[in-house]
Design a protein around this ligand. Structure first.
Ligand code: AMP
Ligand code: MG
Length: 329
C-alpha cells in the first residue's frame, strides 16, 4: 500500500472521510500528538489499529468527537463537575473516562465497561471529526513502544506502507499526549498526566487525585504499565544535580568512538559547551512541545541520548517527567 501525505484541507478531509467510512485507517493531526484513526463502531477497522501498531490487546483507545457532539450518546455522565471541566478545558488536551453505553465496539475498549472521550482542539482535526460526525478512535500513530509522532513525517517514518493517507496539520503544538482523567467517582483522578494539570482540575472542581501505579495494583489505565516512547538508540537519564555524571558518560562515549547527544532544558546548555545538545526550551509548555520531536531527531543522529531530568514535578512537569522516565530511564 502506498502511503500519501496530504495537507489537511476540505479536499483531503473528504478523502479521509471516505477511507474511514469504508473501514480504513488514516493518520490525523491533533494538538497533542498524531493519531491513527478508525471509526469507533467498526470492529474490523479497530482490529487493524492494533495490528498496524503492534499494540497490546488490553490497552483501550480514546474516542475523539467534535465540539458539538453530544457525549451523552456514548457515556453516562454521573457528576456535575464534569460539565464544568468540559466548559473550561474542552476542546483541548483532556480525556475523560466515563462508564460506557456500549456504542463504541468492544475491541476499542478491550471489553471494558468504561470509555475514554476527548475533543481535540486542533482546527483541522475538528473539521475532520465534524465531517465524519461519528466517534473516531485513535491511539498515537506510532509503532507500539516507539516515541509518539508530532509531525506527519514522523507518522510516515513508522507507518509507511501500512495506511493509505496521513493528513498533515503541521507540528503538534502540545507535544505530549492528553491528560487522562477518571470522572466516574466523586473526586476526579488523573490516570495519565498531561498538559491539563492537577492544579488546573483542582481550580475548577476543588479536588483532584493522582492515581498511583504501584506494583501489584489493579491498573486503571492499562497504557501506563507499558514501556513507552522509546527512541531507537541507547538512552540514559540523570537528575539535575548529576550534570558531572552526564558529562563523564558523554566523554566516555566519545572515547569509545560513539556519538552521544545531551538532551536538556535550554538553561542547562552552558554546562555542555562544545558538546552535541538537543535543546528542549525553557518553559514547561516549550519542553513538552519539543520533547518527542527532539527524541526523534536524536535517534537519527545519536548512538546514545543522555537526558537531564526536570528540576520539578508539579504542573506540566509531572507529565514531562512521566514521559522522560519511560523514554530514557
Ligand atoms: P494513546 O492513545 O496511545 O496515547 O493511549 C491512550 C491512553 O488512554 C492509554 O494510556 C490508555 O490506557 C488510556 N485509556 C484509554 N481508554 C481508557 C479507559 N477506558 N480507561 C482508562 N484508561 C484508558
Ligand atoms: Mg501511544
Amino acid at each position: 500500500m502506498e502511503t500519501i501525505i496530504k495537507k489537511i484541507d476540505d479536499e483531503s478531509i473528504a478523502e479521509a472521510k471516505e477511507i474511514l467510512l469504508n473501514g480504513g485507517l488514516i493518520g490525523m493531526p491533533t494538538e497533542t500528538v498524531y493519531g491513527l484513526a478508525a471509526v469507533g463502531t467498526d470492529s474490523e477497522a479497530v482490529k487493524k489499529i492494533y495490528e498496524v501498531k503492534g499494540r497490546p490487546s488490553d490497552n483501550p483507545l480514546i474516542a475523539h468527537v467534535h465540539k458539538n457532539y453530544d457525549i451523552n450518546k456514548l457515556v453516562y455522565v454521573s457528576h456535575d463537575y464534569v460539565y464544568k471541566l468540559m466548559e473550561s478545558y474542552m476542546p483541548g488536551p483532556l480525556t475523560l473516562v466515563f462508564d460506557s453505553k456500549g456504542v463504541i465496539c468492544k475491541e476499542a475498549v478491550c471489553g471494558g465497561e468504561t470509555l475514554a472521550v476527548r475533543m481535540p482542539s486542533h482546527k483541522g482535526c475538528q473539521k475532520l471529526l465534524a465531517a465524519v460526525d461519528m466517534p473516531i478512535v485513535a491511539p498515537s500513530a506510532n509503532l507500539s513502544k516507539h516515541t509518539s509522532p508530532v509531525t506527519a513525517m514522523h507518522v510516515y517514518n513508522d507507518l509507511n506502507g501500512k495506511i493509505p493517507l496521513i493528513l498533515d496539520g503541521g507540528k503538534c503544538a502540545g507535544g505530549i499526549e492528553s491528560t487522562v482523567l477518571d470522572v466516574t467517582g466523586k473526586v476526579p483522578r488523573i490516570l495519565r498526566a498531561g498538559l491539563i494539570t492537577r492544579e488546573m482540575v483542582e481550580r475548577i472542581v476543588g479536588a483532584c487525585e493522582i492515581a498511583e501505579h504501584k506494583e501489584g495494583d489493579r491498573v486503571r489505565s492499562p497504557g501506563v504499565k507499558y514501556r513507552h516512547y522509546r527512541p531507537r538508540c541507547e538512552t540514559a537519564l540523570f537528575a539535575e544535580n548529576e550534570l558531572d555524571k552526564a558529562n563523564r558518560l558523554y566523554d566516555e562515549q566519545i572515547a569509545a568512538g560513539k556519538r552521544p547527544y545531551i538532551m536538556c532544558a535550554d538553561y542547562l546548555d552552558e554546562h555542555f559547551k562544545g558538546k552535541n545538545v538537543l535543546k528542549l526550551g525553557n518553559t514547561g509548555e516549550e519542553i513538552a512541545s519539543n520533547l518527542y520531536d527532539k527524541l526523534l531527531e536524536g535517534e537519527t543522529e545519536a548512538d546514545i541520548i543522555i537526558a537531564i531530568a526536570m528540576p520539578r514535578e508539579d504542573g506540566v512537569y509531572l507529565g514531562i517527567m512521566n514521559r522522560l522516565r519511560k523514554s530514557c530511564g
